[in-house]
Design a protein around this ligand. Sequence first.
Ligand code: NAD
Length: 434
Amino acid sequence: MENLKKLISTGKAKIGIIGLGYVGLPLAVEFAEKGFAVTGFEVDAEKIKAIKAGKSYILDVPQEQVSRLYKRGLLNATHDYNALAKQDAIIICVPTPLRKSKDPDVSYIVASTDEIKKRLRKGQLIILESTTYPGTTVELTKPVLEEFTGLKAGKDFFLAFSPERVDPGNKKFGIPNTPKVVGGYTKTCGDLAAQLYGVAVHKVVKVSSTEAAEMVKLVENTFRAVNIGLVNEIALMCHRLGLNVWEVLDAAASKPFGFMPFQPGPGIGGHCIPLDPHYLGWKMRMLNFEPRFIDLAGVINSGMPEYVAQRTGEALNMQGKCLNGSKILVLGLAYKPDISDPRESPAMDVIAQLEKTHAHVEYHDPYVSCATVEGQKMRSVPLTAQSLKKYDCVVIVTNHSCIDYEMLVKNAKLVLDTRNATKRLPPSKNVCLL
Ligand SMILES: NC(=O)c1ccc[n+]([C@@H]2O[C@H](COP(=O)([O-])OP(=O)(O)OC[C@H]3O[C@@H](n4cnc5c(N)ncnc54)[C@H](O)[C@@H]3O)[C@@H](O)[C@H]2O)c1
């Protein structure tokens, strides 16, 4: 323990990060910026190639930073797991998707743990960051590491969980100024993990166990999923009442206490909010507990793309047209503004729903040049005053800030705005809100 403490405090600890994706790469560059030698372990050969060429493949990580850190020998990437033995701290940042049945798929954590166990040595600190159900670190990771090596967590090696809170595209909050929650298997494990993160993060919040830290992340994302579900249902109510949901929510948000604004929209996306609550739901069902809020929010949020298709049909109907045979442009494929990540994006479901009604759908996204939607390859089409004229309706699904909404409204025959992206423009007859 003392040795590891010293290695961290002197900046000499070698840090290994398994999984250099949206979470792993930003974390890797943050530690490398502090002078630590960071090695990323990746299965994706393209990502390794990119790092070795000094290139970034994540919008929030500048090219210059990867290039500079790689050249200085502070950032590297490899597929050779043998180098895990040289690391003083190993942080696991691999995906935690859902199976088709909506059960947790922890196979990536298992695969990473299997690679670590073959090289685990005394004094190493192992931290799991992947979002997962409460109990994973102690029930899944710890026994595998201990049984294979005979080493004991908390005594021979150190084990902790620290949830990632990265918010892609957020210009205000990045890794350094977002407090980091840490829970250790023992107090010493927690202290060491907190010391390590303290190097790169201004504030570390310690909790008493790995389970508490795992639960923190699920509470944060379940809170968002449930509140988005609530405002989405309020959007449905406002439509029935003939009210503008954003006007109502904006006014409600003027209350300086006891109200927190959430925005309605075409559904939820990304690899966190739509998935993480199901990790908690699955765990609770194992304990014979029905997670009702999680299930209800899931039903409402996943029903939004169908509602968007229905609203598109209603809007076309007002112009004497129908969805069948109409040309529709879906604007925005990324799951949220100003990022390039289309994973779990509601735009995919909106396109699928529209195509079900035999509408001809194209999409434009300045950050997503191509995508596979329902097994079909699609390419982003240009967005110009001229090109807009060929569509019967433009459905704004992602409100990227670089889009010229004034030009859009001026030239489109009809716009369904599911994000209130046109709020700063004067009211226009060809714009319908969600
Ligand atoms: N993306 C986010 O905004 C975000 C935010 C908070 C938490 N998380 C959580 O963080 C975790 C990682 O998410 P992400 O968005 O970075 O995923 P990602 O898919 O962008 O990155 C994961 C990386 O791990 C690599 N990988 C998979 N198996 C591997 C293995 N056995 N060895 C080495 N590399 C392997 C993949 O090739 C990929 O590059 C997930 O649990 C996710 O829920 C994500």
